[in-house]
Design a protein around this ligand. Structure first.
Ligand SMILES: [Mn+2]
Length: 388
């Protein structure tokens, strides 16, 4: 069985207010080219199709047009799309019945009554178990064991079985905590790999934007990452994965296909920050003909000069790059408000760590009970905000 795995498109995402539809269109055309030449048995899109639960008409049209483009180029390829935490599962499933007539399976939510709705058979090739956004508390009891037992029963020819999920699996690298617009950072609800059971050959994961295998999975579980950088912190090559599994039990062969961005996201300086004059100098020396989105990391004592953006735009006037954000990095720590943490450090901390830090700073023992209550409160907030 041959699979093309892509994830976390975040259609409709903007970059500090700048629309990126053009970047998305180019990226999706690249994916369509890869699908055309690779001719996979199935294309898996493992969540965060859209950037928000109520995507704009143009984002929805781009999704529809992309499905249409893929189906025209490779009509025999099955397309399986699951919802991520940024998607509305119910909305994604709105056209489920209709789309299923065209070889597209849309899975937005756990179907507790009918687990068969999660199983896609690719005749003569294998099976896909399509699982949307999952976190510890929304897994129906015994669900994975049930669905994998059902697949095993159908799999009389011992064909490969691929499962999907949109979640954080314990042990992944979160070295870029600013990934996407995700409000769930840190280790909250990281699922142990064992939760998924053992009845599959490969677990195609979405949610983490940096491509990587899950440590301890024996190269059987992997994030393919975003096909384009969604934020300036996503400084690594982007692309899709091609997964080939000879027969059930084989270790899957995973091949990376990189997608070069037409407008890369560039931070000046590339690491750390520099004072305003230095950063302006870097911008001046930035190649005139290089198309890029540019973020400036400026070290300040208190605040940026009020005309900073106007100055930067004037410097970049005759260049192909677009300055879209100036990040003020405060070098002096504000001891009163943040207890010795920089704003940058504060932003990258997990909510649980911030709570623990705060409790300790006011002399309160952060007990297991408090930790559980805090975790539940965060979950409720997320549900209210439509994140799940
Ligand atoms: Mn995402």
């Amino acid at each position: 069985m041959k699979i093309l795995h892509t994830s976390d498109w975040h259609l409709g995402a903007t970059l500090h207010g700048l629309g990126r539809e053009h970047d998305h269109i180019q990226t999706l055309e690249s994916i369509a080219d890869i699908v055309s030449s690779e001719k996979p048995d199935a294309v898996l899109l493992t969540g965060d199709v859209f950037n928000v639960p109520q995507p704009s008409a143009s984002s929805q049209r781009l999704f529809g047009d992309t499905l249409d483009m893929l189906l025209r180029r490779v009509p025999e390829t099955r397309i399986i799309v699951t919802a991520g935490n940024h998607d509305s599962g119910a909305r994604l499933e709105a056209y489920r019945r209709f789309m299923s007539r065209h070889g597209v399976t849309l899975v937005g939510k756990f179907d507790r009554e009918n687990i068969e709705n999660h199983i896609v058979e690719i005749p003569g090739k294998g099976f896909v178990v399509a699982v949307p956004y999952v976190y510890e508390r929304n897994i129906p009891s015994g669900w994975f064991a049930g669905v994998l037992a059902s697949v095993a029963g159908k799999n009389t020819r011992d064909l490969p079985i691929v499962m999907t999920a949109h979640t954080t699996v314990a042990g992944v690298s979160l070295e870029n905590p600013g990934y996407a617009t995700d409000r769930v950072i840190g280790g909250i609800d990281a699922l142990p790999y064992e939760v998924f059971g053992s009845g599959f050959d490969y677990l195609a994961l979405g949610h983490i934007h940096k491509p990587q295998f899950v440590a301890g999975s024996g190269r059987r579980a992997r994030y393919c990452g975003t096909p384009l950088a969604i934020s300036f912190d996503e400084v690594y090559p982007h692309g899709v994965d091609i997964i080939e599994i000879g027969k059930r039990g084989d270790v899957p062969a995973v091949r990376r296909v990189e997608i070069k961005p037409s407008m890369p996201l560039v931070t000046l300086p590339a690491r750390g920050s520099a004072v305003w004059e230095e950063v302006l100098g870097m911008l001046e020396r930035f190649p005139d003909d290089l198309k890029a989105y540019v973020r400036l990391n400026v070290e300040v004592d208190d605040f940026l000069p009020s005309e900073a953006m106007a100055t930067a735009m004037r410097v970049a006037e005759n260049k192909q790059c677009v300055v879209c954000h100036i990040n003020a990095v405060r070098c002096e720590r504000n001891h009163d408000e943040y207890g010795g943490l920089t704003v940058g450090e504060f932003k990258t901390m997990a909510p649980m760590d911030i709570a623990r830090f705060y409790a300790e700073s006011i002399g309160v023992d952060f007990s297991d009970d408090m930790e559980n209550m805090f975790s539940a409160a965060i979950q409720e907030l997320m549900e209210e905000e439509g994140d799940v």
